[in-house]
Ligand binder design. Structure first.
Ligand code: ADP
Ligand code: MG
Length: 297
């Protein structure tokens, strides 16, 4: 049995690697009410028959063709998006690290995709639900412990969104590289979760903290990165082997560039931090994609 399950893990990981260790999906949201009401606003995307291609019509009517691992159309719902993400969940339970980012301008649907609403739950909740489902399937042979952390990065400062008391909330947090090469945030609150219902409550409470103190919650949330970290500790009940892996679910700050003329003071500082972090992220992904020896984490 151990040999077979090892083989399954190896094959699952190989399939993921063959599909590409880094996958880029594109999601186009439906036009909103304002856009529909405003007749000069028209859809500027054409969907080719292939689900990997997207054509963008530029202002001079020229067309640009883009290719992705998958393109989601406006009518594709949260289930359809998650269907493409699901296969990596088993790999987290097998001890591999996984990271999902939502990238795009403010208002394009990052938070809708990751968090979603109670009626249309997003990738974060669905992923955890799937983690619980698979861990239950394996309960005869594996024991899993799931812990959730939630943090916000605003102007390079880390805020613990699950901090329970004021001393935890004001603690200065930093990203540190651990001896095994992984990135750690010492002191970050980790909350053990036992089921999908508890997860929804935790994600909700984290989001409440995120918007406190800002006059316009959506404004601030679009200027900060929000990260949910799921730590999976696994124990093989047959041979005692232990694994620990992280799944990061990231709702990035808006990628729009603020025009030099209308940005000043706080707004300009925010933009500089966002641009710096997004370009650093670009460097990391480029290094990973080219399998470079040095990854500039
Ligand atoms: P972002 O986080 O990128 O700034 P949001 O996720 O807040 O954008 O989306 C902006 C608005 O569009 C929200 O009101 C959201 O509910 C809506 N929206 C985004 N994507 C979709 C979608 N695929 N289907 C329906 N509504 C969507
Ligand atoms: Mg958002």
């Amino acid at each position: 049995y151990l040999e077979e399950s090892l083989e399954r893990r190896r094959l699952n990981n190989e399939v993921i690697e063959l599909k590409g260790n880094i996958r880029v999906f594109c999601r186009c949201r439906p036009l909103n009410e304002n856009e529909i009401a405003n007749e000069s606003a028209v859809s500027v995307v054409n969907f080719e028959s292939a689900s990997e291609e997207l054509q963008v019509i530029c202002s001079d009517s020229s067309k640009k063709q883009f290719k992705f691992d998958h393109v989601f159309k406006p009518e594709d719902n949260q289930e359809a998006v998650f269907a493409q993400t699901k296969s990596i969940v088993a790999s987290v339970l097998d001890g591999y690290n996984v990271c999902i980012f939502a990238y795009g301008q403010t208002g394009t649907g990052k938070t809708f995709t990751m968090e979603g609403t109670p009626e249309h739950r997003g990738v974060n909740y669905r992923t955890l639900e799937e983690l619980f489902r698979i861990s239950e399937d394996r309960q005869g042979t594996m024991k899993y412990e799931l812990l959730v952390s939630m943090l916000e990065v605003y102007n390079e400062k880390i805020k613990d969104l699950l901090a329970g008391n004021p001393s935890e909330a004001t603690k200065k947090l930093e990203v540190k590289q651990a001896a095994d090469g992984t990135q750690e945030v010492p002191g970050l609150v980790e909350t053990r979760v036992y089921g999908a219902d508890g997860v929804w409550e935790i994600l909700k409470s984290g989001n409440r903290v995120r918007s406190v103190g800002s006059t316009s919650a959506n404004e601030l949330s679009s200027r900060s990165h929000c990260l949910v970290r799921v730590t999976v500790v696994g124990e093989n009940l047959i041979n005692g082997q232990r694994t620990k892996s992280h799944l990061w679910l990231v709702d990035l700050a808006g990628s729009e560039r603020v025009g030099k003329t209308d940005a000043e003071g706080e707004r300009l500082k925010e933009s500089q931090f966002i641009n710096k972090s997004l370009s650093a992220l670009g460097d990391v992904i480029a290094a990973l994609a080219s399998k470079s020896a040095h990854i500039p984490y």
